[in-house]
Each structure stands twice: as C-alpha cells, then as structure tokens.
Design a protein around this ligand. Structure first.
Ligand SMILES: N[C@@H](CCC(=O)N[C@@H](CS)C(=O)NCC(=O)O)C(=O)O
Length: 213
C-alpha cells in the first residue's frame, strides 16, 4: 500500500489515524501542498482532483476521498471496527463525521483560502475570520449532537474510537492553529483530549510526520 500524504493535511491526517488504529504502515510519498505539488503532472496522474490523500492498494487500485479510504480500510481490516454494527448507529457516526468532512473542511481548504486572497483580494485577517467562522458554525452543531445524545461516550459514539473521532481530531488541530476559542465546545474538547491519549492519534499528528516543517 502507498499513501500520498502531507503533514498538515487534515484529510490525510484522518487516514493516518485509521491506518494506525488498524496497525498498518504503508509506504508514503509526501505531496508538498504549499509548493503546489498537488498540481504537478505526476500527482494529477494519480489523483485528478489534485488533493491529498490518495491511497494505492496492494492490488494497484487508486483510492481517493479520505472517508472512502477509511471505509475501505475498515472493510479490508475489520479489527478494530471504526463503524458500529447497527445501521442507525452507523448513520449517526457518518453524520457526525460528515459535519466535519462535508460541511466544515471543504470551505476552509487551502485552494479556497488562496482564492479568497487572489483573485478576490481579501487580507490574511479577513481570511482568518472566514476560516474560524465556518469551523464555529460546524462545531456549534457538532457540540449539540454530542452533548445531547446518550450514545456519546468517552468518544463520539460509545467508548471506542471510530470514524467520527477520526474526523474530529484533525479539525480541532485546524481550529487551534487559527486560535479558535474552544470553550463553547466542551464535549468536542473532552473527546479530543481522550483521543490524543491514544498512540494512533498522537503518532499521526502533523508535527510527528517526516515531512513536517
Ligand atoms: N474531500 C477530500 C478533501 C481532500 C482535501 O481537500 N485535501 C486538502 C488537504 S486537507 C488538499 O489536498 N488541498 C490542496 C489544495 O487545496 O490545493 C477528502 O476527504 O479526502
């Protein structure tokens, strides 16, 4: 297996956590997003989206989209499971994960932030406001779902880490980078702290990656 990765990519961070939870260590190639390597001819031949992560399976299939990759890993390496057994529970976990992966992350992506700067002409402070505004909007809802549902345990769903936690942790890293006040989100902060006590999350953090700057 080979993972196309970048230390600061939160979508790649999700996949790194899932790989660690499954005890898998694929070969890795680092795509320097700030230098534009995601738009190189070589990488676009792997992933025409020009985004990381991408995972090449042992059979040579190229998988894209972090959540699709994580579900592939979960189906091919079922232990420990990253989704619960009951369909309604799986839907809950996927919904929590998608608050981050579909509603927050895409509008705070590097290419969006760059477009806000050029050609739209917004300065760094305004772009910081945009970034945190959309995280706060998503976190308000996520916090409510977590705080008000008895199915929330030590982690987003029960007492074992799963797909929702895998999405939550990298998004909290992004929020911290832009100094978002986390006090309105005590459940998110508590689950983040619980996750970071696990080696799978800790070893996948951006600063611990070989390409970290
Ligand atoms: N929906 C995709 C998002 C992937 C994505 O947006 N990756 C970001 C890094 S977190 C990226 O490659 N950005 C490069 C760019 O914006 O040019 C997934 O979940 O894998």
């Amino acid at each position: 297996m080979k993972l196309y990765d970048y230390f600061r990519s939160s979508a790649a961070y999700r996949v790194r956590i899932a790989l660690n939870l499954k005890g898998l260590s694929p070969e890795r190639e680092f795509i320097h997003l700030r230098k534009g390597a995601q738009r190189s001819e070589d990488y676009l031949a792997v992933n025409p989206l020009g985004l990381v992560p991408a995972l090449v399976t042992d059979d040579g299939a190229v998988l894209t989209q972090s959540l699709a990759i994580i579900e592939y890993l979960d189906e091919t390496h079922p232990e420990p499971p990253l989704l619960p057994g009951h369909p309604a529970d799986r839907a809950r976990v996927r919904a929590l994960a998608q608050i981050v992966a579909c509603d927050i992350h895409p509008i705070d992506n590097l290419r969006v932030l760059r477009y806000l700067a050029d050609p739209l002409g917004h300065d760094e402070a305004t772009i910081g406001l945009w970034f945190n505004h959309w995280i706060a909007k998503g976190f308000e809802a996520l916090e409510q779902f977590l705080a008000e549902d008895g199915q929330t345990g030590a982690f987003c769903h029960g007492d074992a880490p799963g797909v929702a936690d895998i999405c939550l942790v990298p998004q909290v890293f992004n929020a911290r980078r832009y100094k978002l006040d986390m006090t309105p989100y005590p459940s998110i902060a508590r689950i983040f702290d619980t996750c970071m006590k696990l080696e799978a999350f800790e070893q996948a953090r951006p600063e611990k990656q070989p390409d970290a700057e």
